[in-house]
Design a protein around this ligand. Structure first.
Ligand SMILES: [Zn+2]
Length: 89
């Protein structure tokens, strides 16, 4: 394992590490943090955002926080968050 990562390091920028915890993240990841750290950092904000705003959806949250829609979807599902719908009267 150690030898393998040393080898990869010699190959140039083929590895990328989370700036927060040092965990390896996919080199093609658009983020500089791993998913876990992003979740820890952003999830409470996403939660607040969803709670405080009517008519938000995955797309809006993703744009607001500059993250992947799939990630938002995952968090909402795991966190049992619900989007508020404007009352239909
Ligand atoms: Zn991390």
């Amino acid at each position: 394992m150690a030898a393998r990562s040393a080898f990869l390091n010699e190959q140039g920028p083929r590895v990328k590490f989370c700036v927060n915890c040092g965990r390896r993240i996919p080199v093609n990841s658009p983020y500089d943090k791993c998913k876990e750290c992003m979740k820890k950092e952003l999830f409470p904000k996403v939660k607040d955002f969803i709670n405080e705003n009517d008519d938000v959806n995955e797309m809006i949250v993703a744009q607001e926080f500059g993250i992947d829609r799939a990630m938002v979807h995952e968090w909402v599902r795991e966190g049992h968050l619900e989007y508020k719908k404007r009352p239909q009267f």
